[in-house]
Design a protein around this ligand. Structure first.
Ligand code: RB5
Length: 151
């Protein structure tokens, strides 16, 4: 599994820990920046990860900013992206199990390192359940295309 990761300045400090948590589970981690904690604009980095994941559909992404909110809003503008802002083990697990989220977003200013470890664990160990959840995810794709699925 390949995972693309990026942050803004407010998520930069925790990036190396998150990379190591994925690498120790055998993921190929591709760091799309930034290379320092200099101030940057989160949509620029959300775009890099979201476009990479949309072009490499079997991959996943991780985006970290201060809250996780800006990164998730921006990433979800890209077709095929289901970016989930999570706060803990449970929301990370549900993002994968029910929403088939393909980009994990959280805020470095919101969660501590222990919670980040449990978030990554839940994300990596949970698969999409499919079934009724697949029908719902398909309805999101209709919305993305601007089509009406009739419901
Ligand atoms: C940067 O100050 C902060 O606004 C950003 O990291 C993020 O939290 C935006 O959603």
């Amino acid at each position: 599994m390949r995972v693309y990761i990026a942050t803004d300045h407010a998520g930069f400090r925790i990036k190396e820990l998150v990379k190591s948590l994925f690498e120790k589970r055998g993921y190929e981690v591709i760091d799309l920046g930034p290379d320092s904690s200099d101030r940057v604009d989160y949509p620029d980095y959300a775009k890099k990860v979201a476009l990479s994941v949309s072009r490499d559909p079997s991959s996943q992404g991780v985006l970290i900013c201060g809250t996780g909110i800006g990164m998730s809003i921006a990433a979800n503008k890209i077709s095929g992206i289901r970016a989930a802002e999570v706060h803990d083990w449970y929301t990370a697990k549900m993002a994968r199990a029910h929403n088939d989220a393909n980009i994990l977003c959280f805020g470095e200013r919101v969660v501590g390192e222990g919670v980040v470890e449990s978030i990554v664990q839940a994300w990596c160990e949970t698969s999409f359940e499919g079934g009724r959840h697949a029908q719902r995810v398909a309805k999101i794709a209709y919305l993305e295309k601007g089509e009406d699925n009739g419901d």
